[in-house]
Design a protein around this ligand. Sequence first.
Ligand SMILES: [Ca+2]
Ligand SMILES: [Ca+2]
Ligand SMILES: [Ca+2]
Ligand SMILES: [Ca+2]
Length: 231
Amino acid sequence: MMQVIQIKGQPFVLDQNVSDSLTDIFNGDVLWGDYDGDGDLDILIAGSTLNGAVTEIYKNEGSNYAALNLGLLNLENSSVSWCDFDSDNDLDFLLMGTDTTGNKNLPSAILYQNIGNDNFEQFEAGLLGVYDGKSAWGDLDNDGDQDLIMVGDKGEIGVTRIYRNNGATLFDLVDNDLSDIYNGDVALGDYDNDMDLDILMIGVVVNSAKEGKHSDILRIITPKKEIDQSQ
Ligand SMILES: [Ca+2]
Ligand SMILES: [Ca+2]
Ligand SMILES: [Ca+2]
Ligand SMILES: [Ca+2]
């Protein structure tokens, strides 16, 4: 079940009213984020229910959360990440997972652009579709806009992709020699304090002696060098 729990000393106290306004999901992802910029935290969920997949945004209305019911694509094995890819100071988001509508089994990656007035629309970004994936946003090339790194399964094979935000309408795929992985995750941070973002990855390496062993990998690289190589 989906629960929102506040810390009031010990123990946690269930906020029943808020929790009741949310759809129960599993095998998915959930995020806080103030998509409407009104100073309170809204909720983005994506995952599975007993009746199929659900992707939903809930607006914080003080005492409860209200579903926006935007008809977002519902994907299985999904994950979401907030970003402000168009640099207009509101939160957009990336949804990844399997589109199973109409007997399809299609790995998907959908970028939703916040167009204001509690509305989002699909933005054609040309991203590779994956399921069981994870994504992270950050300014990898230090040009002021949000770039993307994703890991996931594109259909029986893991992939790692870096996309540079070109500031216009599309994302450019960046050549990289990162390991392709599945069952992974990725995070960005500047561990060496040299003012560029580094990459932290875990997962199972594709085409290696470790394949199928579910051994984790951990890599930290300096991405700016890799980005520059594609210029
Ligand atoms: Ca809000
Ligand atoms: Ca935005
Ligand atoms: Ca950038
Ligand atoms: Ca760094």
